[in-house]
Design a protein around this ligand. Structure first.
Ligand code: PHE
Length: 346
């Protein structure tokens, strides 16, 4: 009986001609696992007479060897083969790797970095403040009269309204000037990038938040000529040597005298286009000499020290650089827009 079975399985194993790793696995499951045929025959072997044992012991061991060797050979045959189903799961080291998809830098971050780097080379440090500010830092210390229209509900987001101590989302980065000056004594030479908020209807040309970069320089004998030279240098670095610059008188509560600075339109080179509303000029920043009241409000002797300040919108400068005509693109996170900018390098 046992002898017959062994003979029959030997035939089967000899005829075994696997065509895939699945066949090989099926063979292993049939013959070699703990509930498989080989183990089963050894169990059966225990039950036969000692006479038969003598006869069959050797045959059974040879059968076991045959099954194991056939399995090992079959395994070898399919090793490294990736054309069959199982092989498809193995790693084929000859295939090209699947690359990492890298993000790109946001255009506002690119331009902010460019601006900050220009001022860093001039010795400006970077400072920052709070996006949620109190009335003092956003308005009062900056010489805004109590009835100044900028405090009005139309422009300012109020977090808390309390007589004399409103809490607001800062409407400009000039609040950081106050924080910086309160914290020490001149000289100050700092550049202050940050997000600001204004209560405006969202459109292509206005948004309820945007980004500014503030600059402040306070020391003995700082003059308007210093301000102009610094800004000339900045514009030429950012937009090129042949960019023209002009100052127009303006008004800010915290600077006296105050000016707005225009540059020749970087897109039409002053010829007149949609971006500059056919004028050939675009306003890029507000600036002026720090009002002595502001210095005094921050505990700085305005007889000894003077300073200049300027503030610009990063969106405006980015629009000019990349010819972007809709502010909403900056915050919509549309990958088709964002992927056009410089890729992050690692
Ligand atoms: N804070 C002003 C604004 O938001 C810009 C400015 C900054 C003007 C510093 C003068 C000096 O428009």
């Amino acid at each position: 009986m046992l002898q017959d079975k062994i003979t029959q399985y030997i035939e089967e194993i000899k005829a075994f001609a696997p065509t895939s790793t699945q066949d090989v696995e099926a063979f292993r499951l049939k013959f070699l696992v703990s509930k498989g045929i080989v183990k089963g025959l050894f169990e059966e072997f225990k039950t036969v007479s000692s006479e038969e044992k003598r006869e069959l012991g050797k045959v059974l061991n040879e059968f076991k060897q045959l099954a194991e060797n056939s399995y090992a050979e079959a395994l070898e045959q399919f090793e490294g083969d990736s054309t069959d189903d199982q092989g498809a799961n193995r790693t084929d080291l000859t295939l090209p790797g699947s690359g990492y998809v890298l993000g790109s830098r946001h255009p506002l971050s690119l331009v902010r970095k460019e601006i900050v780097d220009i001022f860093k080379k001039l010795g400006f440090i970077i400072a920052d403040g709070n996006e949620i500010e109190d009335d003092w830092h956003n308005f009062s210390a900056l010489n805004f009269a109590p009835e100044h229209p900028a405090r009005d509900m139309q422009d300012t987001f109020f977090v808390k309204k309390e007589e004399g101590n409103d809490i607001v989302l800062r409407t400009h980065t000039s609040s950081v000037q106050v924080r910086l000056m309160e914290a020490g004594q001149p000289p100050f030479r700092a550049i202050m990038p940050g997000r600001v908020y204004r209560n405006e209807a969202i459109s292509a040309r206005a948004h309820c938040f945007f980004h500014q970069i503030e600059g402040l320089y306070v020391d003995e004998d700082v003059s308007f000529a210093d301000l102009k030279q610094t800004l000339y240098h900045f514009v030429k670095e950012l937009y090129g040597e042949d960019t023209k610059v002009r100052f127009r008188p303006s008004y800010f509560p915290f600077t006296e005298p105050s000016a707005e600075m225009d540059i020749s339109c970087s897109i039409c080179k002053g010829e007149g286009c949609q971006m500059c509303k056919q004028s050939g000029w675009v306003e890029i920043l507000g600036c002026g000499m720090v009002d002595p009241n502001v210095l005094e409000n921050c505990g700085i002797d305005s007889k000894k020290y003077s300073g200049y300040a300027f503030g610009m919108g990063i969106e405006r400068i980015t629009n000019l650089k990349y010819e972007i005509r809709d502010l909403r693109l900056f915050s919509e996170n549309d990958v088709r827009f964002l992927a056009q900018f410089e890729t992050e390098t690692i």
